[in-house]
Design a protein around this ligand. Structure first.
Ligand code: PRP
Length: 179
């Protein structure tokens, strides 16, 4: 385990098994379709890569990078798009793949945006769900793990851009982010 981790919350084995299980549920729903699978950079990259390898329907891949204005900040109510999609979503069935839903700001806005752009359908697939943090009226259609309000890192998730490459989800030691 990394020295900055207090403990491992989800092992590689647990992640692998649950991601496969959820991906196969999604796959059944899209058997006759050709979904556009949209990964939200950067936190979702490892989950995304594992998730799509369990889909047997013909998929197209695309990515967006977005940000909010930080918790507590007065939001304009509009998503800050740092990198937009290459493809048009008009008429497409979109699967948004996200690492974590926290306040729900990002996914609530993103889902509305993609429908505004003419998507035929939009579903949300998340790795982690921090239900107690929700401020916006949005829930994932598929979620791998409900978690408590802990500072999680690894499997794509960062603190100050570090730890994304850890193969498990760990809880960051308080002393690391409080110093
Ligand atoms: C995280 C996460 C979501 C968002 C969730 O992204 O990937 O996009 O925050 O929070 P919300 O539900 O309160 O909107 P972050 O801004 O940390 O970027 P990253 O994915 O590049 O780490």
């Amino acid at each position: 385990m990394h020295k900055d981790c207090e403990r491992i919350m989800l092992t590689e084995e647990a992640l692998c098994a649950r991601v496969e299980e959820v991906a196969k549920e999604v796959d059944v729903r899209y058997a006759e379709k050709r979904p556009l699978v949209v990964g939200i950079l950067k936190g979702s990259i490892i989950f995304y890569a594992d998730f799509i390898r369990h889909l047997s329907c013909p998929v197209e891949l695309d990515f967006m990078a977005v940000s909010s204005y930080g918790s507590g900040a007065v939001s304009s109510g509009k998503l800050n798009i740092k990198k937009d999609l290459d493809k048009s979503v008009a008429g497409r069935d979109v699967i948004i793949v996200e690492d974590i839903i926290d306040s729900g700001f990002t996914l609530a806005n993103l889902k509305a945006l993609l429908y505004d752009r003419g998507a035929n359908s939009v579903i949300i697939v998340t790795l982690l769900n921090k239900k107690e943090r929700r401020e916006y009226d949005i829930e994932p259609d598929y979620n791998c793990f409900d978690i408590e309000n802990e500072f999680v890192i690894g499997y794509g998730l960062d603190y100050d851009e570090r730890y994304r490459n850890l193969p498990y989800i760990g809880i960051l030691k308080r002393e690391v982010y409080e110093k």
